[in-house]
Design a protein around this ligand. Structure first.
Ligand code: SAM
Length: 157
């Protein structure tokens, strides 16, 4: 299998430590973080028809992750969790996924909000956020508010 980046993310977060400084932020605070997806020119034709989607799913490489762990300690949780029940960057295949809001596209540059990746993160794929991505009656495992997780602002009751 060979995967080639289709672009790069420009982010207000210049390095991993910039996230640590905002540890007290809730997950929803990242919704306001604006950035830009720079798509390499050879892939620009593939952006045709993307403009009228409000949200995009960005698949990217955690290129600054150096550990391949099967367990993670999510912030605010204090417990050891199986990595596949977390969004930790330190996982067997360092792939990330973020749903961003499309603000504006100019040719190969797409302004978005909801950025939680660092500057220079390689973009591997873009998919539209579609009605099929809306799931009713979803459960959120250990992230449940009932377990007193400060990260979570969702009301799942
Ligand atoms: C919890 S992850 C969530 C990312 C994505 N929304 C996901 O679910 O896959 C966000 C963390 O990833 C780290 N991160 C962001 N971009 C990274 C990169 N390119 N390489 C390594 N770590 C990165 C940041 O330090 C941040 O704390």
């Amino acid at each position: 299998m060979y995967i080639k980046p289709i672009g790069v993310i420009h982010s207000p977060f210049k390095k991993k430590e910039d996230f640590k400084q905002s540890k007290e932020k809730s997950l929803n605070d990242y919704e306001k973080s604006e950035g830009e997806l720079e798509i390499f020119s050879e892939f620009e034709p593939g952006l045709k028809d993307i403009d009228n989607f409000s949200h995009l799913i960005i698949i990217f490489a955690f290129h600054k992750s150096r550990q391949r762990n099967l367990f993670a300690h999510p912030p605010h949780d204090g417990k050891k969790r199986g990595v596949f029940s977390t969004r930790s960057p330190d996982r067997p295949n360092p792939l990330g996924m973020t749903v961003v809001k499309l603000i504006k596209r100019e040719k190969n540059r797409i302004k978005v909000s909801g950025v939680d990746m660092i500057e220079g993160t390689p973009i591997l794929d873009i998919k539209p956020y579609t009605p099929k991505d809306l799931k009713e009656k979803a459960l959120f495992g250990w992230l449940s508010k009932k377990q007193n997780n400060k990260c979570l602002d969702f009301d799942i009751s």
